[in-house]
Write a protein that binds this ligand. Structure first.
Ligand SMILES: NC(=O)C1=CN([C@@H]2O[C@H](COP(=O)(O)OP(=O)(O)OC[C@H]3O[C@@H](n4cnc5c(N)ncnc54)[C@H](O)[C@@H]3O)[C@@H](O)[C@H]2O)C=CC1
Ligand SMILES: O=C(O)CCC(=O)C(=O)O
Length: 488
């Protein structure tokens, strides 16, 4: 196996079992968003020609790969898990340097990647179909599943290890081959995951990675007639464009997009628990999760008490370079993302929200070379304001006061998204109303809005997804087709 770099800090594409530069040899420089003097590495700025080579390799490898037994494919996934586990510290440190989340979070995410590999490795030994009684007494009818073929995987920068793995691992175990386009912002971290895949011994062409601009490599994958399915996580606008492109050529697609996730705090809630979960859900990963809490809907009886506890605790948050001990929140992942967050904050003020805390870019010696923003809390936010409707992807909470749980539920549902939602209450009737009435793919009771478990289905309602689900057993629905067999 060729080594992954031609020079220190240069990361190549992985195509047909080899590490290769892009055909133009152009690169993008990735720096640490906590300290822009820190160079993380250079990644390939690939072209359509590079992509075509990867797709051709994946297509050529697919038949032999699908004809292995599930157990044989699973053994390679187990090996990938072991290799990633042995490199957890290095991969996590790269993640922290490349996109800013704190080292404990990055380690947790890498460990989750290991567990996802193992979960899907085990899938190779599980049932693939059902026996269905035929109306003909002499016939035998059953279902089996077949892979799609070549799967294009387009991933974002906010979970640079877990998302590529939770899409690629099920694709592979069910017999598909993969061409993955990582977000450029975190393509070094993804290259390290691919080093693990390269070492695990996948046959040439089964897994490929091509980095480069979304408009060229992402759009190129969506348009490619030899790519049978596209799985995407990222922004709503790009997701919809991909969906339309793939649909137009009759391919299969799966989109996981934004969220505008509420937490409801009922009058009977354990307020300390609700405060901790709101902070964790809203500010971990600097608010850059599609499952992040962004709207906090509080019953008026406990509004002032909740607000006081929340603001007191937020003031204790330590902000800085996520590699340092005792730092709880890192920077925004890029200058672009920081500017997006600051512009939403400005809009919040202009549209009449009251800024209770934060709202500024952090400055001073620790912060000037990075993209740090203060944890920010608004109150007096109404549903018609931009910060109550659009995904911010930053550490910004909007407090909204309501008189009843019915009003809270109406407000919680009054957005175009429906990914995740939480309620804090000790009352069983309120829990049940919330479970029934909340339009979200993930509803959580007395727990923060983020917190996806790899063995459970994950995906959103309304504009948050293509109405499909990924992870857990649900993944089989996207990555395979059912074949109904009738034997007589
Ligand atoms: N649902 C989620 O988990 C995520 C949501 N977002 C949201 O999107 C906003 C913007 O973040 P971006 O990184 O710009 O997201 P994005 O949607 O532009 O990027 C996601 C992936 O799509 C690729 N891509 C970009 N343009 C493409 C195109 N025309 N065709 C095909 N692929 C394309 C990107 O290179 C990346 O790999 C964030 O502020 C956040 O609100 C971003 C990342 C993850
Ligand atoms: O909350 C999580 O663990 C997953 C979030 C996610 O899928 C995302 O932000 O893209």
């Amino acid at each position: 196996m060729a080594v992954q770099t031609t020079e220190k800090d240069y990361y190549l594409n992985f195509v047909n079992g080899e590490w290769v530069p892009s055909s133009t040899n152009e690169r993008t420089k990735n720096i640490n968003p906590a300290n822009n003097d820190d160079l993380v590495g250079y990644v390939q700025k690939s072209t359509k020609e590079d992509l075509d080579q990867a797709v051709a390799a994946a297509k050529a490898a697919q038949k032999e790969w699908k004809n292995l037994s599930g157990d044989e494919r699973g053994k390679i996934l187990y090996k990938a898990a072991d290799i990633l586990e042995s490199r957890i510290d290095e991969v996590a440190e790269t993640m922290t340097r490349e996109m800013g989340k704190t080292l404990p979070e990055a380690k947790g995410e890498t460990a989750r990647g290991v567990a996802i590999f193992r979960y899907y490795a085990g899938e190779g030994m599980r049932k693939v179909g059902d026996v269905i009684p035929s109306t003909d007494k002499d016939a035998f009818m059953f279902t089996t599943r077949v892979p799609l073929g070549v799967v294009g995987v387009i991933t974002p920068w906010n979970f640079p290890v877990a998302i590529p793995i939770w899409k690629a691992a099920p694709a592979l175990i069910y017999g598909n081959t993969v061409v993955l386009k990582p977000a450029t912002e975190t393509a070094v971290t993804c290259a390290k995951v691919f080093e693990c895949l390269a070492e695990a011994g996948f046959p040439a062409g089964v897994v490929n990675m091509v980095s480069g601009p979304g408009s060229v490599i992402g759009q190129g994958l969506a348009e490619h007639s030899d790519v049978n399915g596209i799985t995407f996580t990222g922004s709503n606008s790009v997701g919809k464009q991909i969906g339309q492109t793939v649909l137009a050529r009759g391919g299969k697609y799966q989109l996981e997009m934004g969220g505008k996730n509420p937490v409801i705090v009922a009058a009977d809630a354990d307020l300390d628990l609700a405060v901790d979960a709101t902070i964790s859900g809203g500010f971990r990963s600097t608010g850059q999760k599609c499952t992040a809490t962004s709207r906090v809907i509080v019953q008026s009886d406990v509004y002032e008490a909740f607000k006081e506890k929340l603001l007191t605790k937020i003031k204790d948050i330590t902000i800085g370079n996520g590699l340092e001990d005792n730092v709880w929140m890192g920077p925004s992942a890029s200058e672009n993302q920081l500017n997006t967050v600051l512009s939403y904050i400005q809009k919040g003020v202009e549209e009449g929200g009251s800024l209770l805390l934060g709202g500024e870019r952090l400055s001073g010696e620790t912060y000037d070379k990075g993209y740090f923003v203060q944890p920010t809390v608004f109150e007096g936010v109404t549903s018609d304001m931009t910060i109550a409707q659009e995904e911010i992807f930053g550490p910004v909470l909007a407090l909204m006061k309501v008189d009843s749980i019915e009003e809270a539920l109406d407000l919680a549902n009054d957005v175009e998204y429906g990914l995740s939602a939480s309620i804090f209450t000790t009352n069983i009737q309120k829990m049940l109303s919330f479970i029934n009435e909340m339009d979200a793919g993930l509803v959580r009771i007395n727990a923060e809005s983020a917190g996806v478990e790899l063995q459970a289905p994950f995906g959103g309602m309304k504009q948050s997804s293509s109405h499909s689900r990924e992870q857990g057993q649900a993944a089989v629905e996207f990555f395979t087709s059912i074949k109904t067999v009738f034997v007589k």
